[in-house]
Design a binder for this molecule. Structure first.
Ligand code: GH3
Ligand code: MG
Ligand code: MG
Ligand code: MG
Length: 320
């Protein structure tokens, strides 16, 4: 096992994996890293190195060149091609001084090499360089993840945005076709929202948008998707749910908003939303067609008086 360096106050925690078939060299390497803030995990051959690599996802790997099963070169290649989720720094430790072979090792994905016999302080220094590089990589990876998250999130409500909804929808529709399960989509649009903004100000409008987003979140299972399409338009997609189930769920959402009293200044304000629902039938349309059907139904809901749910095609459920 890796050392328990979780309580290390020095800073980041790094995992080091060493692949070395020679017992003598393993001893030497143990001594090299004996008093470090990290302590290594050892593999005695290439296959074991791959297993430990997959299980522990180390930050840095030191690999011997010649081992009985996999060479260090093959190990580098496999680590680079089979495990691409997070960058790992690879140092080849070799008795091979042939520059062409060393170049081949670097080309196969190694970041650095050191020849045997090695000076412990030099290896420790090179490992520190590796951890420095890994630390930058981890920071960049974390920032990239955050940016990806922000690119898929609506800033005002914290709900997934149109792009996130579309990505989810394409995947879910493919699953629904493959496994023949129903998918229901509800489009929602707040009623007379412009008037609310005009009467009580944009901030009050934002308060209503956030409150409605919260109602959607509260009624959205982890297998579902709810998001803000834009403006005062939202979407709720219910996976494995037939029209009947979708009507019940959406009715609950409609009521939750209609029963809520907002106080803006001296005014108690009630606001409502209209909904259009489309459910995939036998011949499942694409996600964008499902949205288009739901949108058409939403238009009918608006035309026939608002604060109601209309199901496509033509199933009208006036509620007021
Ligand atoms: P309908 O019942 O027919 O849907 O009428 P409506 O007034 O809701 O529809 P309309 O499309 O005329 O107006 C939508 C309004 O939503 C206009 C726009 O200013 C407002 N809006 C869009 N995005 C935001 C936002 O982020 N915050 C606020 N406060 N208002 C927004
Ligand atoms: Mg060897
Ligand atoms: Mg609208
Ligand atoms: Mg509206």
């Amino acid at each position: 096992m890796f050392c328990d360096n979780e309580n290390n106050s020095v800073g980041e925690i790094f995992k080091l994996l060493i692949a070395e078939d020679s017992r003598v060299y393993r001893r030497l390497l143990e001594g090299t890293f004996a008093k470090q803030r990290y302590c290594p995990l050892f593999a005695e051959n290439g296959r074991e190195a791959i297993q430990l690599f997959a299980h522990h996802q180390p930050d840095l790997v030191i690999t011997d060149w010649i081992m009985p099963d996999l060479t260090g070169l093959e190990l580098c290649r496999r680590m680079r091609t089979e495990f691409q989720s997070s960058y790992v720094y690879i140092i080849i430790l070799t008795s091979n001084t042939d520059k062409r072979e060393i170049s081949a090792g670097l080309a196969a994905g190694a970041d650095d090499y050191l020849t045997k016999p090695f000076a412990p302080e030099e290896l420790r220094a090179r490992v520190e360089v590796g951890f420095r590089v890994i630390s930058f990589h981890r920071q960049i990876e974390a920032k990239t993840r955050l940016l990806e998250q922000l690119a898929l999130t609506d800033a005002l409500t914290g709900l997934p945005n149109r792009r996130a909804i579309e990505t989810w929808g394409i995947k879910e529709t493919a699953g629904a076709v493959r496994h023949s399960f129903p998918l229901s989509v509800a489009m929602a649009d707040l009623d007379h929202f412009k008037r609310l903004n005009d009467n009580f100000g944009h901030e009050s409008g934002d308060t209503v948008l956030k409150a409605f987003a919260q109602i959607l979140k509260d009624n959205c299972r982890s297998s579902d998707m709810c998001g803000r399409i834009g403006g005062e338009e939202f979407l709720l997609a219910l996976s494995h749910v037939e029209l009947k189930g979708a009507l019940v769920a959406v009715e609950h959402i409609r009521e939750s908003l209609a029963n809520r009293i907002f106080t803006f200044g001296n005014h108690d304000v009630v606001t409502t939303a209209s909904f259009g629902i489309a459910t995939s039938g036998e011949g499942l349309p694409g996600f964008s067609q499902l949205i288009a059907h739901a949108d058409k139904a939403l238009y009918s809901a608006k035309q026939s008086g608002r604060n109601r749910i209309v199901a496509a095609p033509g199933i009208d459920r006036p509620v007021s």
